[in-house]
Design a protein around this ligand. Structure first.
Ligand SMILES: [Zn+2]
Length: 410
């Protein structure tokens, strides 16, 4: 049984890496396609060349980092490094909850350490070379420390609660653990922008003026109560522009990056905002939130059922079963399912983007000219890949490629 489980884990890990690497490669090749008449509206030859080079640089970084992680994982499975780490923490502590916390904490720290050089290279070499990076060393380091502290405090508290529930309840553990997760994600969905985002960025209400009155006029025409409308100092880290919608009911919030306001005209900004409100009006925010909780429900049910299978831990080389080893084996075994779920979620998300674009065109931007212009500016300024491979889009894109969105709005 153990050999069979370990074989399946190794196979799935290799399959996952193989598929992703192949799809990345297809996309890398596809990004180099020459400009056609449709795309030469977006880039001239020089910009296109820069975009191809930028895509290639990102491809290289992601290939090296994913290959490194894959090799380390295969080595860890072959040489039973996870079991060795388990014995190590067992020698230091005796409380089962502390042992699991230490095991998961050390693995998280280790994987963060390996990712760090790639993050540094990508920010200060690649992004800087193409003029996107605005992050200073101080911002980068303080982001890193804040991120780590947040993981430690919030992740640690949540994990401790889950471990405690597991120790006390066993058979109904999964249901309570899921309820805890669902409650927590609801809380963050509603108050995350208020509690977490200000730790990293400055949010200022959009001041009275041309933009605010145009936004208010539009919202009134849609019977939409505006809620909170903020400008965020995205320019602190990058020149890339963005906007997003979050929250439910009274907590609903629209955030516009300052870089967006710099690049776009008032009408174009309001077209983007109409798109965001489209997500709310078409109930995308709510339905995606419910869907993700449904998925974690199934995930916890399966986890609760399989944690009882001792061989999950012993397959990784341990002599006794434990929560952390079994959960780790479970998540590695689960990788094909999570890939399929990713395809489903990304597909739904892309469908929602079209619907939100349609909403903006129908309610504000007759003919879609403002949104088209906004999308063109946002993606060409970010040197976006104009011809991504369809398989790469299916696996990785939450938004349709720019060409398809422009066609939809035409
Ligand atoms: Zn959207």
């Amino acid at each position: 049984m153990e050999t069979w489980i370990l074989g399946a884990i190794t196979f799935f890990v290799a399959l996952d890496y193989g598929i992703n690497t192949f799809v990345d490669f297809l996309n890398h090749r596809s990004s180099k396609r020459p400009l056609d008449s449709e795309l030469s509206e977006l880039y001239d030859e020089k910009e296109h060349r820069r975009s191809v080079e930028y895509q290639a640089a990102n491809y290289k970084v992601s290939f090296i980092s994913s290959t490194l992680f894959f090799v380390l994982l295969i080595l860890a499975l072959t040489y039973e490094w996870f079991a060795a780490l388990d014995s190590f923490v067992r020698e230091q502590w005796s409380n089962e909850i502390v042992i699991s916390l230490a095991f998961i904490g050390i693995l998280t720290l280790f994987s963060n350490l390996i990712s760090l050089p790639f993050g540094i290279y990508s920010t200060f070499k690649v992004e800087a070379k193409y003029g996107f990076n605005k992050s200073t060393v101080v911002t980068f380091v303080s982001d890193l420390i804040k991120g780590l502290l947040l993981t430690l405090v919030i992740g640690g508290a949540l994990l401790t609660a889950v471990l405690w529930i597991y120790q006390e309840l066993r058979s109904t553990f999964w249901l309570w653990a899921w309820l805890l997760f669902a409650g927590f994600s609801l809380f963050f969905f509603m108050f995350g922008t208020k509690l977490i985002l200000p730790l990293f960025n400055k949010l200022t209400p959009v001041p009275d003026g041309e933009l605010r009155s145009e936004v208010e006029r539009y919202c009134a025409s849609q019977g939409y109560s505006l809620g909170k409308l903020f400008v965020m100092d995205g320019s602190k880290r990058s020149t890339k522009a963005n906007a997003f919608f979050t929250g439910l009911g009274k907590s609903k919030t629209i955030v516009l990056f300052d870089t967006l306001l710099e690049k776009l005209s008032t009408k174009e900004v309001v077209a983007v905002l109409a798109h965001e409100i489209g997500h709310y009006k078409r109930k995308h925010t709510l339905s995606m939130f419910l869907l993700s909780n449904l998925q974690t429900f199934v995930l916890f049910a399966l986890l609760g059922w399989l944690l009882g299978v001792e061989e999950l831990s012993t397959a990784l080389g341990a002599s006794e079963s434990s929560f952390h080893l079994s959960a780790l084996a479970f998540f590695l075994l689960f990788s094909p399912v999570s890939m399929l779920l990713g395809l489903l979620n990304n597909g739904l998300s892309r469908r929602n983007e079209y619907q939100a674009d349609d909403f903006a065109r129908e309610t504000y931007d007759e003919g879609g000219a403002f949104l088209r212009e906004a999308l063109k500016k946002i993606s060409t300024d970010a040197l976006a890949n104009l011809s991504p491979h369809p398989l790469y889009v299916a696996v990785n894109y939450t938004h349709p490629p720019i060409r398809e969105r422009l066609r939809n709005l035409a």
